[in-house]
Design a binder for this molecule. Structure first.
Ligand code: DGJ
Length: 734
């Protein structure tokens, strides 16, 4: 859903100063200021990005401490770098061809406004105009004060006598005057999502981008972390963390220039995406969202997590449902009786909901494997003769809610949908089709296809008003990008990637207008989608099909830099049965807990243990979902991983500890783990929970420690090979 603002101008002259023709515009959060200033030619420069200053008038002086005028490169710090005038040698944020064929652009400061929005942020809009062409760019800076988060985007328009071609149209252009930049970006593929890679940026261009069209997080994540002034730790150093919030082809360009300053250009990937802009129809870019922490990565991620819960994630302050999913328990091999028999397992475990996964639909080409049926969203009559309403009723009778999987943007060529509407499919008619998981992508640029996708959801809810959950999957990227609809409408094919993303946004807006609260999981053939723009519509997302708990310790660690635990779906599965059930449940409890197991095959002892852990989870989930998270010991640097969550009052928390190195030489208990986020004056008691029957704990819950002790000396959870997973409740004593 789009944010709606109602503005009133709170600052007319206080936030900027005019000295002669020079205008200074500080964009401020509680701790960070980005300062823009015009030069003598009215070009807008970025003269400072760093800590806020108390003495606001001094912002105007910050640029004077820089000496960029030498070597003819005075334009490196442009607030929105242009292509096509000769004093800019850096990567452009915008490149255009005017209606008359001219490809130059100059953008001069015209005006700016600063206003408060009803949602508590401050929006600064700076208008830049070409002195020769009627071409305007508005730079938007939305500053979230106490959250310390800035959103940047641009709005591009013109009133030329004809269309303008936008060859590049970035959301944001930053310029940082720090030293020793270390970029953390994320590599991936199926079941290997979010693998961190640290690159020192020393010279030239480093680009992080997606060209997949959909499921942008699969090979590269839109998230990034940039240590400024040397590598940041969890608790020290200056670090910028954020994301380009675009569920489509994105590009993050990091250009280290001759001054060793860093020019960052973020936005839609211009790859195959020249955009024909009609006169007087503004093009709004997606948002580039970031925070800067001066106290290391921990603070940075808490800023983003809080901001997401407060302002981006759907129902960020709400509740979530624990669930039992049947995907790994049955795959496509189920029928009505089998499913109904699983409902009682969900109830017995003590979860809230049963989630029916892939395989429930299609008749002409039944969905019995991933080769057929996708697109034919009528219930498969031989597997489920009494339909979905019967399953919903039976689940409710068994005492659990019912949810369902869909993948409505996709189609198998072996489907009635494909046969009836080949022109609804993204494909090149004159070339062989290329499949990803035997499927193709529907053409969401086409309003008829948007209606179709909306109807898939709408029909499910109309038929089953008490349907309680949707898992929305998306497995294929766009191959052979060509749209019959765009062709018919005489819209350039180079609009395909942008209009696909906008089409999906339209559908999701309609879904949320009609069904505002029902929880929906964003899934994408594993964790292919997790951008902040889509999370406006979803309550949670699926990180990866890789549910090996040891891998998950690492993967959840990396996702946690950018997302709050309440948004992260972690399921206990049989992916790695050699790792104990306890370890698997403990790891999955650091987020939104679910199960994808054959509950009826659990031994009595395992069932009793699982039931108890779910009871425990229900007791501490509020803290994990809505509290503050601290990463204490990194699995990348230690033989253990330790993380804790603590409530806002610092009175109750939960600490998770895992053995991550099974070598004989590993020394998991060598040192205590220093806790964080406690009140040093308060006294705390530590109690181990999720103990498997018969396993005693060395942790004495009668002992009481001060917050000061626990944060300075630390606490030893005694992790070892027979205690490979240790969950400890912490609460104030007396
Ligand atoms: C990919 C998802 O990541 C899985 O969880 C499962 O829903 C399958 N798709 C179903 O086809």
């Amino acid at each position: 859903m789009k944010n709606k603002y109602s503005f009133f101008c709170i600052v007319c002259f206080l936030s900027f100063s005019l000295s002669g023709q020079q205008v200074t515009i500080p964009i401020e959060t509680q701790n960070t200021a980005v300062v823009l200033q015009t030069d003598n030619h009215k070009r807008l420069k970025i003269i400072y990005t760093g800590k806020t200053l108390k003495e606001k008038s001094e912002y105007a002086e910050t640029g004077k401490m820089l000496h960029l005028q030498s070597q003819g490169a005075a334009s490196n710090n442009n607030a929105y770098a242009v292509a096509g005038i000769d004093n800019n040698f850096t990567e452009p944020a915008i490149a255009v061809v005017h209606a008359d064929g001219n490809n130059s652009l100059d953008l001069l400061y015209e005006s700016h406004t600063t206003s408060a929005s009803t949602d508590g942020a401050t929006l600064t809009i700076v208008t830049l105009r070409d002195p020769v062409y009627p071409f305007v760019v508005e730079l938007n800076y939305k500053a979230w004060g106490k959250e310390d988060v800035i959103e940047q985007w641009s709005s591009i328009s013109h009133s030329e006598e004809g269309d303008v071609i936008l060859n590049k149209y970035a959301s944001a252009n930053l310029y940082l005057y720090n030293k020793d930049y270390f970029l953390t970006s994320y590599n991936g593929s199926w079941a290997r999502e979010m693998q961190p890679v640290v690159t020192p940026l020393r010279q030239g261009m480093h680009t992080i981008e997606s060209r997949l069209g959909t499921r942008e997080n699969l090979l590269t994540s839109p998230n990034f972390m940039l240590s400024l002034d040397g590598e940041a730790t969890e608790t020290s150093g200056t670090v910028m963390m954020g994301q380009i919030a675009w569920n489509g082809n994105f590009s993050l360009q990091f250009e280290t220039d001759v001054y060793k300053n860093l020019h960052l250009v973020a936005g839609i990937n211009p790859y195959q995406s020249a955009y024909r802009l009609r006169p007087n129809t503004p093009f709004e870019t997606p948002r580039f969202i970031y925070t800067i922490s001066y106290e290391g990565k921990g603070r940075g991620s808490r800023n983003l997590q809080r901001w997401l819960r407060d302002h981006a994630l759907l129902d960020g302050h709400g509740d979530r449902l624990t669930l039992l999913n049947n995907w790994e328990a049955t795959y496509f091999d189920f029928d009505q009786e089998k499913l109904v028999s699983l409902f009682s397992g969900a109830k017995e475990l003590g979860v809230d909901l049963f989630l029916l996964d892939d395989g429930w639909f299609a008749n002409k080409y039944p969905r019995n494997n991933d080769k057929a049926g996708l697109g034919d969203w009528e219930v498969n009559r031989s597997k489920l003769p009494d339909g979905i309403p019967y399953l919903v009723r039976e689940a409710e009778k068994a005492g659990v809610k019912f949810g369902i999987w869909i993948e409505p943007e996709m189609v198998n060529p072996k489907s009635a949908l494909y046969e009836n509407h080949p022109d609804w499919v993204i494909r090149q008619e004159n070339r062989p089709e290329i499949y990803f998981r035997n499927q193709l992508v529907l053409d969401l640029t086409n309003p008829e296809v948007q209606d179709f996708v909306f109807d898939v959801v709408d029909r499910l809810f109309t038929e089953n008003p008490s349907l309680a959950f949707i898992k929305w999957d998306c497995n294929a990227p766009i191959f052979n990008g060509h749209s019959k609809y765009l062709e018919r409408e005489e819209i350039p094919q180079s609009h395909l990637y942008v209009e696909y993303t906008r089409g999906l946004d339209n559908v999701l807006q309609r879904v949320r207008e009609k069904y505002p609260t029902v929880p929906m999981m964003l899934c994408s053939g594993g964790g292919g989608r997790s951008d902040y723009s889509l999370l406006h519509y979803f309550t949670e997302f699926w990180l990866s099909d890789n549910t090996d708990p040891l891998e998950r310790v690492f993967m959840q660690w990396d996702y946690s830099y950018y997302y709050p635990a309440i948004a992260m779906c972690n399921h206990v599965t049989d992916w790695s049965k050699d790792i104990s059930l306890k370890y698997r449940i403990d790891v999955a409890s650091m987020g939104k807990l679910g199960f994808d197991i054959r509950a009826n095959e659990l031994s009595d002892q395992d069932m009793a243990f699982t039931q108890q852990t779910i009871i425990n989870y229900n007791e501490f989930k509020e803290i994990v979902w809505h509290g503050e998270m601290y990463r204490l010991a990194s699995p990348y640097e230690n033989d253990i991983a330790s993380l804790m969550y603590i409530n806002k009052d610092k009175t109750e928390g939960v600490i998770f500890n895992y053995l991550t190195n099974r070598r004989y030489l590993a020394e998991p208990s060598l040192r205590p783990v220093k806790l964080q986020g406690l009140d040093k004056e308060k006294r705390y008691r530590l109690t181990e929970i999720n103990l498997y029957e018969g396993n005693p704990t060395p942790i004495d819950h009668r002992k009481v420690y001060t917050g000061e002790f626990l944060m300075n000396v630390g606490f030893n959870p005694s992790v070892n090979s027979s205690r490979s997973s240790v969950v400890v409740k912490i609460e104030t004593a007396g």
